[in-house]
Structures are given as C-alpha cells and as structure tokens.
Design a protein around this ligand. Structure first.
Ligand code: GRF
Length: 198
C-alpha cells in the first residue's frame, strides 16, 4: 500500500543549513516527507530565504512581540494548526519550548543537537568537547521532551576530534554529519509512525 508523505514543519532561528539538507532530501521521490511550512522566531533568519527560493510557505513568529513564553507558544500552535503537520523538526531553533507545548505534540517534535547526547547538552558544545580533550563527538537527532536535550535519540553520527581542531573546524565537520543525520532520522521516524494511505 502506498504511504502518503508526512508533512513537516521545520522551525528555525538562523542560517538554516539543516533546513537546506531537508529541502534537498525531499527532492528524492522516495523520501517519506515534504515540508509544509518553515517557521522562524527571528524575522531576518537566513533560512527564510532558503524556504522562499524553494517555494515553501514560511511564517515569522517573533518571540520579542509576545509578553510571555505562553503567548509565544500559543501563537506557534495556532500557526502550526494552519498546516497539515505530522512532525515538527527543530533545526537550529533557539527557543526552549515549554512542557505544555511539547505535550500537545507527543513524539511529534524532534531536534538536532551538535553532540553525542547525553553528553554536552545545552550550548557551546564544541568548545566544551575541546576543553575536555575528547577524542570523539558528533550529533544526535532526538525526541523533544520537557527536559532540555534529554529525549530518546533517533540517530547519532560520530565525528573524530583532531588535535589541531578549533571550535569552528569541529563545528564544520559535525555539521556535515548533521546534514546526513536529519534526513535519516525522518526516514526512521516515518517507518515507526507513518500512516499507510488508503
Ligand atoms: C546546528 O549545529 C544544530 O545542531 C544546532 O544549531 C545549528 C543550526 O544550524 N542546534 P543551521 O541553522 O541548521 O545551519
């Protein structure tokens, strides 16, 4: 039985290279998902141009315009319900989402994080990996749960750390793996949760 494509909402705050990797993945007819909407909390996020140049709908929900996180997240929910969203993909989305919002989408929010979780939750992962003299790091796509960077991993990719690495050189190598990992994670998610089309 043919499966319908899953509809993704991709949430960004900046450059959007992971968004671009997802856009590229959707060009493959066998990829199980399409992007229904890109939402940015930053009005001039570069990733918005990437959505626009591929004819993908985009929405800006500027968190500065809301008095409380709850108000921002209500606007985000309202916006998401305007689109046929099966899965919310956080791709460099730099807002922490509250537990009420997360519980509205059980197992339907995933995130990419530039470390081998549970190691190095939070920000500045590459700096901390280098300070600690780690020989290996990587990236993780994981389910989003109310506790930051703590949901079950869907996929991880490993990256060697070289003695002459800087945070920037390491970030660049990890980013290459992120671009492989995110589409793979969506394939895995679709296998587990995708519905057959009647
Ligand atoms: C990525 O390194 C991602 O892991 C982290 O933020 C960065 C976003 O990069 N959460 P981009 O906007 O996808 O280029």
């Amino acid at each position: 039985m043919a499966k319908r494509k899953l509809n993704l909402a991709v949430l960004i705050s900046g450059r959007g290279s992971n968004l671009q990797a997802l856009i590229d993945a959707t060009k493959d007819p066998d990829f199980p998902a399409q992007i229904a909407v890109v939402i940015s909390n930053v009005p001039d996020a570069k990733g918005l141009d990437k959505a626009g140049s591929h004819g993908i709908a985009s929405v800006v929900i500027n968190h500065h315009k809301f008095e409380t996180r709850q108000d921002f997240e209500n606007a985000l929910s309202d916006s998401l319900t305007n689109y046929p969203v099966d899965l919310i993909c956080l791709a460099g989305f730099m807002r922490i989402l509250g537990s009420d919002f997360i519980r509205r989408w059980p197992e339907k929010i995933i995130n990419i994080h530039p470390s081998l979780l549970p190691a190095y939750k939070g920000l500045n992962t590459h700096e901390r990996v280098l300070q600690d003299g780690q020989k290996e790091t990587g990236c993780t796509v994981h389910y989003v749960t109310p506790e930051l960077d703590s949901g079950a991993p869907i996929i991880q990719k490993r990256v060697s750390v070289y003695p002459d690495d800087t945070p920037e050189s390491l970030a660049a190598r990890v980013l290459e793996q992120e671009h492989e990992a995110y589409p793979e994670a969506i394939r895995i998610w679709a296998e587990k949760h995708g519905e057959a089309q009647s």
